[in-house]
Design a protein around this ligand. Structure first.
Ligand code: FPP
Length: 253
């Protein structure tokens, strides 16, 4: 079946600003889940859910910007997602370009910097080109960092990091005794980022699905039944407000 899915720039409804501007999470990471179920409920093909998911990304970026969150990491494609039907993969791989084609001017206006984590080289050329263009264009922006996890898998990331550590030890660039959590951090894709303060997962699933396993050690988790295409500023605000009530103890009392 072929359906036309025009991508357009839509206005989102303004939500009230956060009442409490203290204790805003510096880094919010999101597992965007439920696109397929959203489409199924409407008897639409799964890709219609992914298309609507792009609009939810736009709303979330606006909400994060408005809330003064500094880093927003979105799990857009995992190393396991290659197991999906080729047609769905092809559609998912076109989304960054579609998104950037329409929204890059707004991202520039909002001073957003785009970055990725994951095995970038293994992405299709057209995806890499579009994302690389946006990364270059936004590299001097110093507002919200919009970090797409693209072809990302945490176990792969850790294995790659471990191989680099071993190589550096063998080449005497690193002493075995010098390896610490901080040193290991520097071998991960996320080396320039602080760990997420808040992890959101949509669609009622409560698992990590190979996402940032090392980096989420002390992160607060927030789950919602809302399917990703229905996620909006109001749900984002709810997550932030619940986070603001949490007491983080990092193993202390
Ligand atoms: C999981 O839902 C979602 C994905 C694997 C894709 C996520 C991608 C987007 C939301 C769009 C990304 C946008 C840009 C701009 C890169 P699922 O398909 O597994 O849903 P299901 O569990 O209900 O089947």
């Amino acid at each position: 079946m072929s359906i036309r899915l025009p991508f357009t720039k839509k206005k989102t409804k303004e939500i009230e600003s956060l009442k409490n501007t203290q204790n805003i999470p510096n880094h919010v990471a999101i597992i965007m889940d439920g696109n397929g179920r959203w489409a199924k409920k409407r008897s639409l093909p799964r890709i219609a859910g992914h298309k609507e998911g792009v609009d939810a990304v736009v709303k979330t970026v606006r909400a994060a910007h408005k809330s003064n969150v500094n880093i927003l990491t979105l799990y857009a494609f995992s190393t396991e997602n290659w197991k999906r039907p080729q047609k769905e993969i092809d559609f998912l791989m076109k989304l960054p370009k579609e998104f950037l084609h329409i929204h890059l001017p707004e991202l520039m206006e909002r001073n957003v910097r785009i970055q990725t984590i994951g095995d970038f080289e293994a992405l299709p050329e057209h995806t890499k080109e579009a994302v690389q263009y946006a990364m270059n264009k936004t590299k001097n922006n110093d507002g919200l960092l919009l970090n797409f996890a693209l072809n990302y898998g945490s176990r792969y990331e850790i294995i790659q990091a471990m191989k680099h550590v071993v190589t550096d030890v063998q080449n005497e660039k690193l002493h075995l005794e010098a390896i610490s959590e901080e040193v290991f951090d520097n071998y991960l894709y996320t080396k320039e980022l602080s760990d997420p303060d808040l992890l959101i997962r949509t669609s009622g699933e409560q698992r990590l699905s190979n996402f940032l396993l090392w980096q989420l050690a002390y992160t607060e988790f927030w789950f919602t039944e809302v399917l990703w295409p229905d996620f909006d500023e109001a749900v984002f605000k709810q997550a932030i407000e619940e986070y603001q009530q949490r007491q983080r103890r990092y193993g202390g009392i």
